[in-house]
Write a protein that binds this ligand. Structure first.
Ligand SMILES: Cc1cc2nc3c(=O)[nH]c(=O)nc-3n(C[C@H](O)[C@H](O)[C@H](O)COP(=O)(O)OP(=O)(O)OC[C@H]3O[C@@H](n4cnc5c(N)ncnc54)[C@H](O)[C@@H]3O)c2cc1C
Length: 323
């Protein structure tokens, strides 16, 4: 049995780990506290929380549609209904756009796919070396591990750092820009507006989602997830840690102004900066597999800036490994 190490428990890592685990021994490592990567769910308490990364899935390809339908049947996923207000005049609204979310949180797909796989969280991979046909992995928490085969699913700039001087393939030499996003999660007094989400036409605020409208929990207050535009976040992200309060205030003020919701006391406010939120340009290949090094890479950025892209990339890698 081959021993695989998969770095990352987002949709790409969870998908490839699930496929490989049918015939191999697979372990997952992730630097985060829990599964999901950019589909993670920020918990306020046992039930309540915010989808602070990916907002929803709208499957496009036939194979991904099938995969999602199966999870809908299994009640891992569900449709997000309600009033979705489209205020953006530049982008066209697709009225047939279904919005699919996790029944408990948007990291439900990852959780489902890796439920039988050994996962090590809070384990950040720092250095890798290929010695005597084995991968030597050095983690930030001082762990050292050895595996036959290694799969990486990190955002492109982080991958480039790890693979420095290890592979010569043209894909790794590319300069791919990944856009940032600043997400603010707030709890405010309940309003009468029966709205699930807003898609704005604004330079600063891109999107707002009412978490209560997902009907995962009951709450006396409203929970809103506010996501900036990439344009604004790209300028602010490097100093977001120091300027958390200031940046949150800008997004919150914008939210009240654009929605017309009466300014209310902010009961809770959290800020999360995504330095590498999405890629601006897809690659020519959908994944990377190096037979000599037993090294694979799959991630959304090969295909596009969506959950579906990560799933497609992982399935493509699985095919390459089994060729
Ligand atoms: C704010 C925001 C909104 C979005 N909205 C949508 C949306 O509405 N619909 C949609 O389809 N998509 C959306 N996306 C995009 C979607 O989230 C991504 O395309 C998808 O989640 C990427 O999955 P992935 O597995 O390829 O990467 P990731 O989810 O980033 O997974 C990579 C994992 O690797 C881990 N990792 C990285 N480096 C290391 C290391 N050195 N050691 C250990 N672990 C490491 C990370 O912690 C992470 O868990 C959004 C993204 C963001 C940020």
């Amino acid at each position: 049995m081959n021993s695989y190490c998969v770095i990352g428990s987002g949709i790409s890592g969870a998908t490839i780990a699930n496929l490989l685990s049918k015939k191999n021994s697979v372990h997952i490592y992730d630097k985060a506290r829990g599964p999901g990567g950019r589909c993670s769910f920020k918990r306020l308490n046992k039930l309540k929380g915010f989808d602070h990364g990916a907002q929803y899935i709208s499957p496009k390809s036939i194979r991904f549609k099938k995969f999602i339908e199966n999870l809908l049947k299994k009640k891992i996923l569900k449709k997000w209904s309600g009033k979705h207000i489209f205020l953006n005049k530049i982008k066209k609204e697709n009225k047939n756009h279904v919005k699919i979310i996790g029944c408990k949180g948007n990291n439900d797909i990852s959780k489902y796919l890796i439920k039988n796989i050994k996962c090590n969280f809070q384990s950040e991979l720092e250095k890798i070396k290929f010695i005597n046909n084995k991968w030597k992995l050095d983690f930030k928490n001082n762990q050292i591990k050895y595996y036959d085969k290694l799969i990486l699913t990190c955002p492109f700039p982080q991958l480039k750092k790890l693979l420095k001087n290890l592979i010569e393939d043209p894909f790794i030499k590319q300069e791919i820009k990944m856009d940032a996003n600043i997400t603010v999660m707030i709890e405010i007094k309940k309003t009468n507006k029966n709205i699930s989400s807003y898609f704005f036409d604004d330079k600063i605020l891109g999107w707002a989602a009412k978490e209560n409208s997902k009907k995962r929990f009951k709450n006396n207050n409203d929970l809103w997830t506010l996501q900036s535009t990439n344009f604004w976040a790209n300028k602010k992200i490097n100093k977001n840690r120091e300027n958390k309060e200031k940046n949150s205030k800008i997004l919150i003020d914008r939210f009240f102004k654009l929605t017309g919701i009466k300014k209310a006391k902010i009961i809770t406010s959290l800020n999360h900066g995504w330095k590498y939120s999405s890629n601006s340009r897809p690659f020519k290949i959908k994944s990377y597999w190096n037979t000599k090094l037993n090294l694979g890479v799959c991630a959304d950025w090969f295909v596009g800036p969506r959950v579906e892209a990560g799933w497609i990339s992982a399935n493509d890698l699985y095919k390459k490994i089994n060729k």
